[in-house]
Design a binder for this molecule. Structure first.
Ligand code: HEC
Ligand code: HEC
Length: 415
């Protein structure tokens, strides 16, 4: 398919068809950015389309509001001390501002916590790209040993012992009692519906408002899509091709210096089934290898989306860089080397020294900052308390399911 921005002026009828194709491309959104098999044909930067809505989990306001509460509610962890919102803090770019994220109490994570803003547009989640939807990602966060470390039945019981949730799950999903699977659906809906920014200066610029970006940022954008060749990987509406590369990033210092980080690193390798010889030898995060078990994939990570980048320092999968200037210096030098590029020769051939001047580096930073748009601010809601649920005489689970608790209570009232 021809990228729609390259179309030449056509007679009215043809132009209308081209517009329809353009609209379709926009509607396809992130998919159109990942579809291209040819690495030389980069989808252009594009405004964010409407967020894709899964047919089996339609967006409603009530569901998003319920998801918001659950996102900030620590009931969904092992010891009820940690919510999604603690590692994805609105004030820290909806991520966590340490190079390597905090973990479940007593542990640290092993990767940088990513922003959840705009994740509704991604087809591959996590640095390793190993989760395919927000609905499937949420339980891995709540149950994962170094994240939520929660046990399903306990977490579900906590929701069932919270009258507000009992009422809300009935309202939103039509069920008698809160159900964990539906909690993930609500959280995904919150992220999709409320954590999306579609009207950034970049979106406005790409829709035709040439004043939406400053002249410096426009210069940066031209470098991004030209001399600096960022567009080769950071393209389409989310500024990612969702492919995997080893850029030759340095090994995180935490892995060298801190015992508790070693614990998580060793455990992750063990849990992900790394062969003993490699387990003993490797000292760095092998990224995509854990999914594919192919050596050529060691140290490869998904191209990061860049839309909220101003707010999410430090950068890269283990927060190797604190500022955008450092990131650009890294690319300007043509990337780096690490144990995997040395052992398996798998550093991407795309990165080459760029020869950027100081002015050009500044322009690139200006572009990245301006495209990030306004910060999504939200105050953390108060979460609903537990209570002893009313005892309903004669109510069996089967009966409750059949007639609904409210109907049953009303029928008791009438007697
Ligand atoms: C202990 C900290 C912690 C908690 C709690 C946590 N996360 Fe995360 N989150 C992370 C880290 C670290 C990553 C990156 C992990 C990786 O790539 O392996 C991440 C990644 C993500 C991503 C992927 C973003 C992307 O660009 O691909 C989403 C979405 C997400 N988390 C949502 C959630 C939700 C929803 C919850 C609660 C159900 C949650 N997280 C709880 C630390 C946490
Ligand atoms: C060969 C593909 C490729 C090219 C070219 C490329 N990037 Fe990246 N970029 C990636 C990948 C892959 C990551 C994630 C790397 C990781 O953490 O291991 C990334 C991460 C980033 C991040 C950090 C994102 C975050 O959330 O921490 C920034 C910023 C960035 N790139 C900007 C740029 C800029 C600016 C250029 C052009 C100078 C560029 N990239 C060129 C593939 C590329």
């Amino acid at each position: 398919m021809k990228p729609f921005t390259t179309r030449t002026p056509k007679p009215a009828l043809l132009a209308a068809t081209a517009l329809a194709v353009a609209a379709l491309l926009l509607a396809l959104g992130a998919d159109s950015a990942t579809a291209a098999g040819d690495p030389d044909k980069d989808p252009p930067l594009a405004p964010l389309p409407a967020v894709p809505e899964p047919p089996d989990n339609p967006i409603t306001k009530a569901k998003a509001e319920l998801g918001k509460l659950l996102f900030f509610d620590p009931k969904l962890t092992g010891d009820a001390s940690l919510a999604c919102g603690d590692c994805h803090d609105p004030k820290q770019g909806w991520g966590f501002a340490d190079p390597i994220s905090r973990g479940y109490p007593g542990t640290v994570h092993w990767r940088n916590s990513q922003t959840v803003v705009n994740t509704g547009f991604l087809g591959k989640l996590f640095w390793q790209g190993n989760s395919k939807s927000l609905e499937r990602q949420a339980p891995t966060a709540n149950k994962g040993a170094v994240a939520g470390n929660g046990e399903s039945d306990v977490m579900e019981s906590r929701l069932r012992q919270t009258p507000y949730y009992v009422e809300k799950f009935r309202e939103v999903f039509g069920v008698m009692r809160p159900n964990l699977g539906m909690a993930w659906m609500a959280i995904a809906t919150f992220e999709r519906a409320m954590l999306t920014q579609r009207d950034t200066p970049l979106d406005r610029y790409l829709r035709g408002d040439k004043k939406a970006l400053s002249p410096k940022a426009i210069k940066g954008m031209k470098l991004f899509t030209g001399k600096a060749n960022c567009i080769e990987c950071h393209n389409g509406p989310m500024l990612t091709d969702e492919k995997y590369y080893n850029l030759g990033l340095p090994r995180p210092v935490e892995f060298e210096e801190s015992g508790i980080n070693q614990v998580t690193f060793r455990w992750e390798n063990y849990a992900k089934g790394v062969y003993e010889t490699r387990y003993r030898k490797w000292k760095d995060d092998a990224g995509l290898y854990y999914t594919t078990k192919r050596l050529k994939d060691a140290g490869k990570f998904r191209t990061a989306p860049l839309r909220y980048i101003k707010y999410t320092a430090p950068y890269m999968h283990a927060g190797q860089f604190f500022t955008l200037e450092e990131v650009i210096d890294f690319y300007n030098e043509g990337g780096g080397e690490n144990e995997f590029t040395k052992a398996y020769g798998n550093k991407t051939k795309i990165l080459k020294p760029l020869g950027l001047t100081d002015d050009e580096k500044e322009a690139l930073v200006a572009f990245l900052e301006e495209l990030s748009g306004d910060e999504i601010k939200m105050s953390v809601p108060k979460v609903p308390p537990y209570a002893v649920m009313p005892d309903v005489p004669g109510l069996t689970q089967a009966k409750a399911k059949r007639i609904g608790l409210e109907t049953y209570l009303a029928s008791l009232g009438k007697q």
